[in-house]
Write a protein that binds this ligand. Sequence first.
Ligand code: EPZ
Length: 442
Amino acid sequence: MDKFRITGGRPLRGRVSISGAKNSALPCMAAALLTAETVTLHNLPYARDIITQRRLLEDIGATVLTPELRTHKITANDIELFEAPYELVKTMRASVLALGPLLARFGKARVSLPGGCAIGTRPIDLHLAGFQFLGAEVGLESGDVVARAPKRGRLSGGQVNFDKVTVTGTENLMMAAALAEGKSVLNNAACEPEIVDLAELLNKMGARVRGAGTPTIEIEGVEALGGAEHTIIPDRIETGTFMVAAAITGGELEIKGCRPEHSAIVISKLRESGVEIEELNQNTLRVRCGAAGLKASDVTTEPHPRFPTDMQAQYMALMTQAEGRSVITETIFENRFMHASEMQRMGARIQIEGSMAVVEGPTPLTGARVQASDLRASASLVLAGLAASGETLIDRIYHIDRGYENIEDKLVSVGADIERIRDSVTGPLTKSGIQELESGNQ
Ligand code: EPZ
């Protein structure tokens, strides 16, 4: 498996451009299953999960053309399979996003029940309950979820009440309700910017979605949806990751192609911790560590617009360099502190107490051999390595390749000493690596 070798202690300076949001690209790609016409998506991030989602669409029978690196033209006009197979779902839970579109358009769908992952059990019971609110029959057969629309193969609009805020659950139900007969209302819906982006695409396709971005989303079902062209929003988590990279290395970065309004709570929390952040224009931020240095500040992860769980690990890395004690409370996932033990091996002082991590800082970090456990934990270990003195070797960085586009190239361009050590087995996820993946060589 590929590794990163980082020699830390160098302030990052220069400009980085933010790629498209993985967590918007994945539902938008699934939305293409709702129509037989072509859906063209621009600004897709060049990351492994996008390749996996593309494979899923092609396995289902859609045609995916890539006229240029970050554009996919998806045409689902010859669907033969109405299921997402285990081998794909087990590598990427977001494959469950095929369920809503297949059920809505064809009246049937089969998706392998995703197992848990490193950060938690991550059930999809709320997705399935939602489909039942729309009249679907849902059962479990040999580890697969099987869903059917009994009334003439079409779902019926209705009230969908989510017991808990679920991002992909909201996305799955938006797509299902778009073709249901009559009106649906999603209550306690997720409000993430990725939900709004999906709603914009659905409405371009002819859907009638109102209220995306608020806890109540109203959807008037239509008979059929058409093709559309859409540009994916920038990745707010990559934006936050690079903001932390500037602060934790004592450098200064200009972050281009971002949407500051999507990162409002992260910007405000980082400012509270002493990070200087200037909004140069509506898609550029200038970020540097304040002259007074970093100071500890507590944070609790919650659904948008509160502090995102996907920034928790990166924030923890920063707090190891902040003066004082910070309490980081994770309320979304039950096991999302695995990066803490790896940072402790680099000298960080972190005490885990249930859903809370107590960080004492500042502590000088020293390079070590560490292991990535999930996507955002990997990013936090890169940040810690950049701040540490000496050499850090991060194993299993395929996790980071899932959601960040060529992160090492971007970091090198602003002065980081980071290189990818390729493993002959898995092969690199550089441009040639992705092409090999696409051609199925791996
Ligand atoms: C999305 O995952 C993101 N993934 C995650 O990003 C993100 O961490 C998460 O939302 C929270 O913001 C994508 O968008 C592809 P949830 P999702 O359903 O939708 C529980 C990353 O690093 N729950 O909002 O799977 C669940 O266990 C990834 O990019 C149920 O109990 O998350 C969790 O505790 C990691 N039953 C909470 O709700 C359900 O049916 C929130 O999960 C669904 C969820």
